[in-house]
Design a protein around this ligand. Structure first.
Ligand SMILES: [Zn+2]
Length: 763
């Protein structure tokens, strides 16, 4: 799509949208009360929100970042603790009750790292990111963690090298077709297309004995733009550190399901399922280039090629590699800083907000861009409190430690406070890295209407339209086809995307069944130094959100959302978008089944006809795909029936809510409110099944979970979907009734809340 076309589209759409009643802000003559607010409480809330928004200072966010990213601050480092104490003192200074909660977790740091090529020539990888004179913190070498992948098992292996593209399951199917096995080999995979931890996991499942992951310049280097320091992109010797912990459960590997307190019962390292099966190391493309250019064997398929000036071969041979990894397997303290602003309800209901503070190195972008904005929110809420504002519900700000190794701080904290959270938590709002660009929220869709309402009230700093308007139009521009565009044009809300386990919302959503939002701006970055020593203050202030105006917008959105959630008479949830999303996930399962039935039927027919052998180049190695069992019928009707109930109850609740607002939003009696709110807050818990997912019992949520083979991204209805992806159709079919049961439970909960609201007494 050309730029001119996009501009024309933006213009037309903005005219169309502002012409619709109730859509743009300009057409609303008198402000209607905020959803969930009574007529008495709505106007003062709006005044406080405006005060809050105008008080957020980009300068303060910049200074927060300068302070927090001044030195490397990974788990167990002196500056990690120093930052924690500084954040604690700030929370206290701003009027929060604050404390540090400490846990003791397994955190390996590198002892031996070796990648050397033995054949056909000798080469030893440097694995060292150079100091750049222009970048002042790049020289803090004494405190920097060397480049490595945390939770790689120790190992010392020598073997032929095989290039496996991104190292996903589909890549290995392609290798099978080429007749190439990785059994006994060391694989080299490029970063990207899925989470890094999947690469060694799938490699080990296919018999590989070692795994090297490199950053191809096609992913985040010179192919994208000028590299650092002339531009913002990853330089020749830049390396992406990162955890490769397996996806069975997040958090401390030694204490699954329980908090890593001093006296917790711990597994031995050998028993910990989340440590990799084979040794792994990450390297730069400067270090990968000699290895890859020496490879022979078949030329890699088109889609497997990166942006290096070589012909990409797969191998194996003649490249022979020696890989050696050993870590210090130490238990390290992590520091979660918890700041509480007590609500007038005496702590009955909690609204939580979090962002991690630990980084791989200086971490200006990841995570300080989000942390610095979150702290500015907290400062301003403290300021409002001083001026006389008190939230109805209790507000809890959390600065997590240990997110980078495996969501350690947030997971251990949620495991430690599980019962209280289940009783009190209304919602959890997360942020992490924040950059320039568009706003696409993730989380649970019961908060979709709510967060859309907030984004209508916040301005995009560079285009001066509302954040809502810009993101709404961007979603149309990004739509994959005409049908999707038509659908999006009809919407008056932003779609909330399901999230899996990419950041600290994981334990809240997947384990404790708490409604979540994950908030960030992005998509217009001028570079990427993810998990490298160059993700620092100099880089961020030259190539990312240089004036912190998007940091300000993030603080305005998240802080306003906190105030609104904490102050509303009725918890401002709307279940219709969630019912719609769950219905869509179910449709996707049915479509997947149908697609696989068609695909395998066709493939088996072609095998019978001899299509593969007849069309393969006889001079090149090629293996026909295996005969597949065509998937049998699966009975989705229990799930479909449950979703119908969910839709009906959601509509009933929405109607009760709009009837209340239509009557002028009269204040409700204390007793009715208490009854209704405590019912509302439990509804998201009803999606849990205490047994958890069939092969990953830590994950309790039957709707929202990450994929075992995708990582980060969500795989909704994973109990069924994971088995389908593994071609275990019968097992998948057997999971349907219990997912349906969870949906039915939620529908019943929503019905109860609707009844409460229909019968609520006014004051
Ligand atoms: Zn992060």
């Amino acid at each position: 799509m050309t730029l001119r076309w996009i501009c024309a589209l933006l213009l037309v759409m903005s005219q169309l949208i502002s012409a619709q009643p109730g859509f743009g802000q300009a057409t609303a003559p008198t402000p209607s009360p905020i959803t969930g607010y009574s007529s008495q409480s709505s106007a003062p809330e709006s005044d406080w929100e405006k005060k809050f928004q105008s008080g957020i200072s980009p300068e303060n966010i910049r200074e927060n970042m300068r302070r927090l990213s001044a030195r490397p601050h990974h788990v167990g480092s002196p500056y990690d603790k120093d930052n924690a104490e500084w954040i604690l003192s700030k929370f206290k200074e701003w009027g929060f009750e604050a404390k540090i909660e400490t846990f003791n977790v397994l955190f390996p740091t590198p002892k031996v790292r070796l990648v050397e090529m033995l054949q056909p020539t000798r080469f030893q990888a440097k694995m060292q990111e150079p100091v750049l004179p222009v970048d002042p913190t790049s020289g803090q070498t004494d405190e920097q963690l060397p480049t490595y992948n945390a939770y790689s098992i120790d190992g010392d292996v020598t073997a032929p090298l095989v290039y496996v593209n991104h190292g996903n399951r589909e890549d290995y199917e392609q290798l099978d077709r080429l007749g190439i096995s990785v059994k006994g080999a060391i694989v080299i995979s490029r970063y990207g297309d899925g989470w890094r931890g999947i690469k060694p996991k799938v490699a080990a499942e296919h018999g590989a004995i070692g795994c090297i992951i490199y950053s191809d310049p096609g992913g985040d280097g010179y192919y994208k733009g000028d590299d650092y320091p002339a531009g913002g992109w990853r330089p020749r010797e830049g390396v992406q550190r990162g955890s490769v912990m397996d996806t069975d459960y997040p958090g401390d590997p030694l204490t699954p399901g329980v908090a890593a307190t001093t006296d917790a019962k711990r597994l031995s390292i050998k028993e910990a399922k989340t440590i990799t099966k084979i040794p792994v190391l990450p390297i730069s493309y400067a270090d990968a280039l000699p290895l890859l250019s020496a490879l022979k064997g078949p030329v890699a398929p088109d889609s497997w090629r990166g942006a290096l000036a070589i012909t990409y071969h797969i191998g194996p041979g003649p490249t022979q590699v020696h890989l050696k990894v050993a870590s210090n397997w130490d238990i390290k303290p992590i520091y979660d800083i918890i700041g509480t602003l007590r609500g007038s309800d005496g702590g009955q209901q909690w609204v939580l907000r979090g962002n991690h503070h630990d980084a791989w190195v200086n971490g200006a972008d990841d995570p300080i861009s989000g942390q610095a904005a979150m702290l500015e929110e907290a400062r301003m809420l403290g300021e409002l409190h001083r001026q006389g504002w008190t939230p109805k519900r209790t507000i809890i700000y959390c600065a997590w430690d240990g997110e980078e190794p495996g969501l350690l701080g947030s997971v251990e904290w949620v495991e430690n406070h599980l019962d209280e959270l289940k009783t009190h938590a209304v919602a959890y709002i997360n942020s992490d890295s924040n950059e320039r660009g568009f706003f696409f929220p993730g989380g649970t869709q019961d908060l979709q209407t709510f967060i859309t309402g907030v984004t209508r009230d916040i301005q995009d700093p560079e285009t001066h339209t509302s954040v809502f308007q810009r993101s709404h139009l961007a979603s149309i521009a990004k739509a994959k086809d005409a049908e999707e565009r038509t659908d999006l044009r009809k919407r008056s809300d932003l779609l909330v995307k399901a999230v899996g386990d990419g950041s600290d919302y994981t334990a809240f959503q997947d384990f404790a069944g708490i409604s979540t939002l994950s908030l960030e701006f992005g998509g217009e970055d001028d570079g990427n130094q993810y998990h490298s020593i160059y993700d620092d203050f100099y880089w961020y202030t030259h190539f990312a959100d240089t004036d912190f105006s998007y940091g300000r917008a993030l603080a305005q959105i998240a802080g306003t959302a906190m105030m609104r959630l904490a102050g509303a008479d009725l918890v401002p949830v709307d279940y219709s978008p969630q019912a719609e999303a769950i219905a869509k996930y179910e449709t996707e399962l049915e479509k997947l089944l149908k697609d696989k039935q068609d695909e395998f039927t066709e493939r088996n027919l072609e095998l019978q006809e001899g299509v593969f052998t007849a069309t393969a180049d006889p001079r090149k190695p090629s293996v026909p795909p295996p005969v597949e069992t065509v998937p049998p019928y699966m009975n989705f009707s229990p799930m479909k029936n449950a979703i119908e109930l969910l839709k009906k109850s959601s509509e009933r609740y929405a109607k009760a809510l709009s009837d209340w607002h239509a009557k002028g939003s009269p204040a409700l009696s204390e007793q009715s409110l208490q009854h209704l709110n405590s019912d509302l807050l439990k509804i998201s818990r009803l999606f849990l099944n205490e047994k958890g997912l069939p092969e990953r019992p830590w994950f309790k949520n039957q709707i929202y979970a990450p994929g075992a083979y995708t990582g980060y991204g969500a795989k909704p209805i994973a109990a069924v979907r994971e088995y389908m992806d593994a071609k275990k159709w019968k097992e998948a079919d057997e999971q349907i009734p219990q997912v349906a049961q969870a949906i039915e439970n939620a529908a019943a909960g929503i019905n109860k809340a609707a009844e409460d609201l229909e019968n609520a007494q006014t004051r």
